[in-house]
Design a protein around this ligand. Structure first.
Ligand code: AKB
Length: 312
């Protein structure tokens, strides 16, 4: 029987991925772990294990005792927070990844998922339809840790046969969980302001287009990738994945169509520089042809779905 462990289950993606897996595989087939328990009551229907992923001994003990088949290692300090604490970000992001990869190498579980990000790209990658294989010269420590992590994943696959799979997520937008410490977080904040009848102050320039994705698409992509047979996987660094792309002013215009009183003002800060170094849109041809990926939500659909879900 399959048994899935989510490490970092109380974070933005962890919560939504756990809920998606509970629905797909059953509550008892999913175990969640983090340094603090989630406040989401549905997530907490699965068994919780207190775990600091940067502690190699603790990780090994949990994985040796748990008899898991699948491990989703989601722990990371994101782009904006990482720039405030570069060495801590490097330490957490790399140490925790190696701890889990080492256990995979020793056969403590079968299959691993680890998220990468559009943050692997930097100023020298083409801005639009950024290809799978291009310059990866990120300007943030988070991006540097994701490029290094992708290469480690490939190394563990090629040298030790570790079946580790990965996706370069765009900005993720969902209603069940709040992001923290990222550059794309502004979009989720905008929805909360819209629903609370508050004006929204955006830390990016009005024109700064970024790749984004509805959480439902992101969760489905993750599970589809994990369920794909090994022979189909041709990318062992991390797959490009496209959802939709929009700028803060486009987001504002779309929200105004539904909530006419909504307004956005702009006060760009350091996060604007990070966003400016990232792509506007992504080419995900490899994911489409290898495992049949196709996004469901375009910009209008994503915005409608978010406003609808948050109103309930
Ligand atoms: C961030 O903004 O840092 C993340 C990401 C794009 O990986 N959401």
């Amino acid at each position: 029987m399959e048994k899935h462990l989510v490490i970092g289950a109380s974070g933005q993606l962890g919560i939504e991925l756990t809920l998606g897996m509970q629905a797909r595989y059953g509550i008892d087939a999913v175990v969640v772990s983090d340094i603090r328990q989630s406040t989401d009551l549905d997530v907490n229907r699965s068994e919780f294990i207190l775990l600091d992923a940067s502690d190699a001994h603790a990780v090994r003990k949990v994985l040796a005792e748990g008899k898991f088949t699948h491990v989703y290692h989601l722990v990371a300090m994101l782009s904006a927070r990482g720039e405030q604490n570069p060495l801590d970000a490097w330490d957490l992001n790399m140490k925790s990844l190696i701890n889990v990869l080492e256990c995979a190498k020793d056969g403590l579980f079968e299959k691993m998922f680890w998220p990468s990000s559009i943050a692997v790209f930097g100023p020298n990658a083409p801005k639009t339809q950024t290809p799978q294989n291009t310059f990866c010269d990120p300007t943030t420590v988070y991006g540097v840790s994701k490029v290094a992590g992708e290469l480690w994943a490939k190394y563990y696959f090629e040298h030790y046969g570790v079946d580790v799979r990965s996706i370069r997520y765009p900005g993720l937008i969902g209603h069940r969980s709040q992001p923290g410490g990222g550059t794309t977080d502004y979009a989720v904040e905008a929805f909360y302001c819209a629903l609370e009848d508050k004006p929204f102050e955006c830390y990016l320039e009005h024109y700064e287009t970024l790749p984004m994705m509805h959480m439902e698409d992101a969760v489905r992509a993750t599970l589809e990738l994990m369920e794909t047979s090994k022979e189909n996987i041709t990318v062992r660094t991390s797959y490009n994945l496209a959802g939709c792309s929009f700028s803060p002013s486009e987001l504002n215009s779309e929200i105004v169509k539904i909530i006419p009183e909504f307004s956005t003002s702009y006060k760009p800060d350091l996060r604007q520089q990070i966003a400016a170094s990232w792509p506007d849109s992504i080419n995900d041809e490899a994911a489409r042809s290898d495992w049949g990926w196709s996004a469901k939500y375009n910009t209008t659909g994503l915005i409608k779905a978010m406003l609808q879900a948050l109103k309930v």
